[in-house]
Design a protein around this ligand. Sequence first.
Ligand code: SF4
Length: 360
Amino acid sequence: MARPTDKQNGSDGPLLQQAIPLLIDWYSRHKKSMPWREDPTPYHVWISEIMLQQTRIEAAIPYYLRFIRELPDIPALAAVEEERLLKLWEGLGYYSRARNLKKAALLLTERYGGALPRTPEELQKLPGIGAYTAGAIASIAFGERTPAVDGNVMRVYARLCAMEEDVMKENTRRAVTASLAEVYPAGREAGLLTEALMELGEVVCIPNGAPLCDRCPVAEICRARRAGKQEELPLRSPPKARRIEERTILLLEQDGAYAVRRRPDHGLLAGLWEFPALEGYAREEEIFDYAVKQGCCPEALKAGPEALHVFTHVEWHMKGTFLTCRSRSPLFEWKTPLQILADCPMPKAFHVYLNAIKKR
Ligand code: SF4
């Protein structure tokens, strides 16, 4: 006979209600120490959640500490110069996240008395805050009964409840959020549950392979495990193929200084700095021709490193070329590697080339 936790009448509520205290208890005993957990003010939760989008926890920690040290509160964030903000963000990628933080801080200063609002509805009116981040801030910092559903939580939910819907679909995410919201606790337990679900997905109910069910606090009641489907779930439609763009990165050098330029204010990597580049893998004569047209008087050419950078929808396949020049074209800024490091926020895509000119 089926146990009471098996899916009956299509509702996951009773199973979730059984799971919640087990998850909170497990998290309270096993949680990993992280700087934003030491003092989970709304500002700290907000900054950490934005940084953790697309960035691993271990990689985000030094950035978080440096950011909070320099910009300890919303007024400081609202007042920071954009160039300095992008420098603090350099290496994390997805720079629109940093720009949105500043835009939101300005709005908060103008309209909310310099504090974050507590409800997910108000939080989602701020630039860069979607349903997931709003849920995380509202539950962790304010104790609101609001789930925060990201890929980790979707995976845990899909396995725990043996859900056979496509987790890549927005409708599925909405349904999971609604199902969790029905049983979400309030107050301190709301934040603990949010963190417990995220952490279980990160360290136990892991993606890409077998989850560590023997370490899982909900193993006894997990439907996927009981059905032997823990490695089949969650179901997901295949991602769309990325567009591939080939590029030639030009490291134009004159007396120890390299040509760099600021990218336009809109579009991919807006406002960041880059080395000049040609579309496609350019031939030697095309590279010389380009440098002559820019007024650089090129002399000697040498092949540089190759690099690959993956964005969400596009991949850059890059080949570098060192080109010694006799004159500095005014179309570029000319800076030494140290000056570039100090003054020019440069996206991760170009770090291979930045390292290459540092080593010369
Ligand atoms: Fe995931 Fe296994 Fe725990 Fe189920 S028992 S939630 S599959 S780790």
